[in-house]
Design a protein around this ligand. Structure first.
Ligand code: SF4
Ligand code: SF4
Length: 357
């Protein structure tokens, strides 16, 4: 679509080209090469010889207005008032004047903004809204992200890991994060069916919508009380019903937990891969989730020790085998690792590179 074409709509953001740095716009599609100059600094060279330095800094996903003002001040000073965000929420300052590069790096250091996340390093952690914003949240994804960042900080500011390291956290199975395609991920899990509050359901919820929200058809109407009943045998504790109806109480401080997943989207030269279950149960233990942080560190450190250069976590596991992964990490293999969900068969292989044998 031509950039100049005006959208006649009031829905959604403006066309991205209206906000791209002029030098990037001028060289759009005309880049010759890029190179990693230092952790967090990428040099792009265009066909006509223009050079642009991208300086990548870590940004918390939930920010204050003061933080945004600080961000804008830095951008005004060093990157002509422009910034860009990567798909994993790192911010990049666009430096077209090389003389400003060292000054920017110095200022970011003085302000305590970590610079890194390029090449073979930890990227910013993708996470969902957590307790600050969403009523379905089991874990507080931003809180766990902060606890992980504090422990894994050095992997963001250096780029000598075996491969890229992408971490994601979702606070419930709705999974607004990128858990399915990240090297290492956490998902908040319920482990009990919802308890129906007939009073709330009858007064606040649309029964057909509620019944339709259940992916396993575990909910059926109970017209005599203008409510519903749950067939617990069919329930997989996804919490979808609670998302549409606050009368389906599914939170349970005793049983709610986290699971840890590894190896998503990581096979070089092959089809994308979904993450696989590594640990089915970790305690939901705020505010610092020490068990989850320790579990992540264990996998990352084992990967760093045993992987070959260029291998992401999934590549490494694929080479050594899952048996060896569980042996090397010391993670127990349990019956929970066997996928016996009735609808799992159609989703075993979902890539376009699927081959019949
Ligand atoms: Fe809400 Fe679940 Fe999304 Fe978290 S993952 S923001 S709890 S819907
Ligand atoms: Fe259905 Fe999920 Fe609610 Fe269970 S938790 S009743 S599977 S929507």
């Amino acid at each position: 679509m031509a950039a100049e074409k005006k959208y006649i709509t009031d829905i959604g953001p403006p066309h991205y080209r209206e906000m791209v740095h002029p030098v990037l716009l001028k060289n759009y599609g005309k880049w010759r090469y890029h190179e990693y100059v230092a952790p967090g600094v990428i040099k792009h060279v265009s066909m006509n010889g223009e050079e642009v330095y991208m300086v990548r800094a870590a940004v918390p996903k939930i920010v204050s207005v003061y933080y945004v003002r600080e961000l804008c001040d830095i951008a005004d000073k060093y990157s002509d008032g422009y910034v860009k965000f990567t798909s994993r929420h790192n911010v990049e300052f666009i430096v077209t004047d090389k003389k400003k590069l060292d000054l920017l790096l110095k200022e970011l250091k003085e302000r305590g903004w970590p610079v890194g996340g390029t090449g073979r390093s930890l990227k910013a952690i993708i996470h969902t809204q957590g307790w600050v914003h969403c009523h379905t949240a089991i874990i507080d994804a931003p809180g766990l992200a902060k606890a992980l960042y504090d422990e894994l900080y050095e992997y963001f500011v250096r780029d000598d890991l075996p491969g890229k390291l992408k971490i994601a956290i979702a606070c419930c199975l709705n999974m607004c994060g990128a858990v399915h395609c990240s090297d290492l991920a956490f998902v908040g899990m319920h482990r009990k069916p919802p308890i129906v509050n007939d009073d709330i359901v009858s007064r606040l919820c649309e029964i057909p919508t509620l019944v339709a929200s259940c992916p396993t058809a575990a909910i059926r109407p109970a017209p005599e009380k203008k409510s519903v009943v749950v067939n617990e045998e069919r329930c997989m504790y996804c919490g979808n019903c609670y998302t549409v109806c606050p009368g389906m109480f599914i939170h349970n401080p005793k049983y709610d937990c986290l699971s840890m997943w590894v190896g998503g989207n990581a096979v070089a030269g092959g089809p994308p891969e979904f993450s696989r279950l590594a640990i089915p149960y970790l305690p939901n233990n705020p505010p610092r989730w020490p068990e989850a942080v320790q579990a992540a560190k264990n996998v990352i450190e084992t990967w760093i020790k045993h992987a070959k250069k260029g291998e992401r976590i999934g590549d490494w596991i694929k080479r050594v085998g899952w048996e060896r992964f569980f042996t090397l990490t010391g993670i127990p293999f349990t019956d929970k690792h066997i996928d016996d969900f009735i609808f799992s068969v159609p989703t075993f292989r979902t890539t376009t590179l699927f081959k019949w044998r």
